[in-house]
Write a protein that binds this ligand. Structure first.
Ligand code: NAD
Length: 454
């Protein structure tokens, strides 16, 4: 059996070892899930709702535990980690309302009555990345369970601890054994087995575009349903008529939060040329004011990168100071610390502009007018998120409609609310998570015609 040694990213100490699930263990888990799902789907909708509310309550009681695990395992600042654990509770409560609202349709037809049913798919396989280990897991498992499915969940190799704890909390809350199982292990073993196992009816994959394409190709072998949440390189578009002070003061948090390891990071700032220099003057103190420090400190706003490997990947994008406009601070000593970094790229084709760096690195470029802003924002294979800053309502709407991306904010950088749909255009993904329709995405529509002809 292979293992992963878990390292605290803030100080490089070893915090534990995790055994990887074997192929046989995955197959056994899928059999257990198949059996558990039959009983779960047969429960009265109100009983499934009550079970999910108990699960939410158990998460609520464990917020401190879950947050402490994320601080140590992932280097997330404690304030952020507590928010993430609370978010999991909220997502469970939101989808606890779904079992009693899985509404079909009654469609007028000749010769009888036609009704539709939203049937659960069966077993759903959820594959999660390391950047937001518990929140992203909940976006899959909460609506999937609500719709009457069983879930097998694979956390990322580096960050399995909160997912494992959530699996225990589900059992403590009284969810049936086998209904929600967490299987740590390798993507090439556990993740791939979810894709190839005929009893797994749907895959929810969040991770890199490269692996997502392989998962999608694998799902095509069995015509298996798949949702993909992939990479991003989102634009923060700042017009001259905006509240420039606010746009500059908030821009660091739209890209440096979670040390830039955020698929929604606004990692390309596009500024109208007439206010470009002024914006940079305002941005510099805001970047330098970001509190980068120990994840356990209550006022820390940004922690370290998740691992040595990832640190090296981010650092390779900033080999020297040539293109650096300015930097924030970062602690010295052990840990995978990388300071918030602002680049003025040499050209629009520079790889700092085109690649998802997934670290605290942002480029700033100038645009001339509205059409130019839309063209530059869209010059990416990705289309996940983005922001538009302007006081002109018509322009805000025109630009929002013009940018090919799934989640936009006007005069704000917020990306995720569990009650609104989330997902990407282009190579940022396929399908949507969250929002009022998410549970339905874990069902098959069945049409039944009942003849009334004598
Ligand atoms: P990754 O693609 O390397 O891994 C994601 C998960 O897939 C991990 O659990 C991994 O073990 C598993 N995996 C690896 N190979 C596999 C295979 N062959 N079959 C099945 N599963 C396999 O991504 P990562 O480095 O963990 O995460 C960072 C990426 O995730 C970034 O690109 C980021 O933008 C993206 N992301 C997207 C969203 C979104 O909602 N769109 C959210 C968070 C992160």
């Amino acid at each position: 059996m292979t293992t992963t040694t878990l390292i605290n990213p803030a100080d490089e100490t070893v915090i534990g070892t995790i055994e990887h699930s074997t192929l046989e263990q995955v197959d056994e888990a899928i059999v257990r899930a198949t059996l558990a799902q039959i009983g779960w789907a047969a429960l009265a909708p109100a009983d499934r709702a009550a079970a999910l509310r108990r699960f939410a309550l158990a998460v609520d009681g464990a917020i401190d535990d879950l947050a402490a695990l994320e601080v140590t395992n992932s280097g997330h600042p404690i304030g952020q980690a507590r928010w993430e654990a609370g978010h999991v509770r909220d997502v469970l409560n939101y989808y606890a309302a779904a079992p009693e609202r899985m509404l079909g349709q009654q469609i007028p037809v000749a010769g009888g009555i036609n009704v539709t049913f939203l049937e659960p798919i069966g077993v759903v396989g959820i594959i999660v990345p390391w950047n937001f280990p518990m929140t992203i897991a909940s976006w899959g498992f909460a609506p999937a369970l609500a719709a009457g499915n069983a879930v097998v969940l694979k956390p990322a190799e580096w960050t399995p601890l909160t997912a494992i704890r959530l699996g225990e909390l589900a059992l403590e809350a009284g969810l049936p054994v086998g209904l929600f199982q967490v299987l740590p292990g390798r993507g090439s073993v556990v993740g791939e087995r979810f894709v190839t196992h005929p009893r797994v009816g749907k895959i929810v994959f969040t991770g890199s575009t490269e692996v997502g394409k392989r998962v999608m190709a694998g799902c095509s072998e069995q015509v298996k349903a798949v949702t993909l949440e992939l990479g991003g390189k989102s634009a923060n578009v700042v017009f001259a008529d905006s509240d420039l002070e606010k746009a500059a003061a908030t821009a660091p948090y739209s890209v440096f939060e979670n040390a830039g390891q955020d698929c929604c990071a606004r990692s390309r700032i596009l500024v109208q040329r007439s206010v470009f220099d002024r914006f940079l003057e305002l941005l510099e103190p805001a970047v330098k004011a970001v509190k980068v420090g120990q994840p356990g400190d209550a006022d820390t706003e940004m922690g370290p990168l998740v691992s040595r490997t990832h640190f090296e990947s981010v650092a390779a994008y900033v080999p020297d100071d040539e293109r650096v406009a300015f930097r924030g601070s970062a602690p010295a000593g052990p840990g995978f610390w990388f300071p918030p970094t602002v680049l003025l790229p040499a050209s629009a084709t520079d790889r700092t502009v085109t690649d998802e760096i997934f670290g605290p690195v942002v480029t700033v470029q100038a645009f001339d007018d509205e059409a130019d802003a839309i063209r530059m924002a869209n010059a990416s294979q990705y289309g996940l998120s983005g922001s538009v800053w302007t006081r002109d309502l018509g322009r805000a709407l025109r630009v929002s409609r013009g940018i090919a991306t799934g989640n936009l904010s006007v005069n704000s950088n917020s990306s995720v609310r569990y009650s609104t749909p989330f997902g990407g255009f282009k190579q940022s993904g396929l399908g949507r998570e969250l929002g009022p329709d998410a549970a339905e995405a874990f069902t098959e529509t069945k049409n039944v015609f009942i003849s009334t002809v004598d």
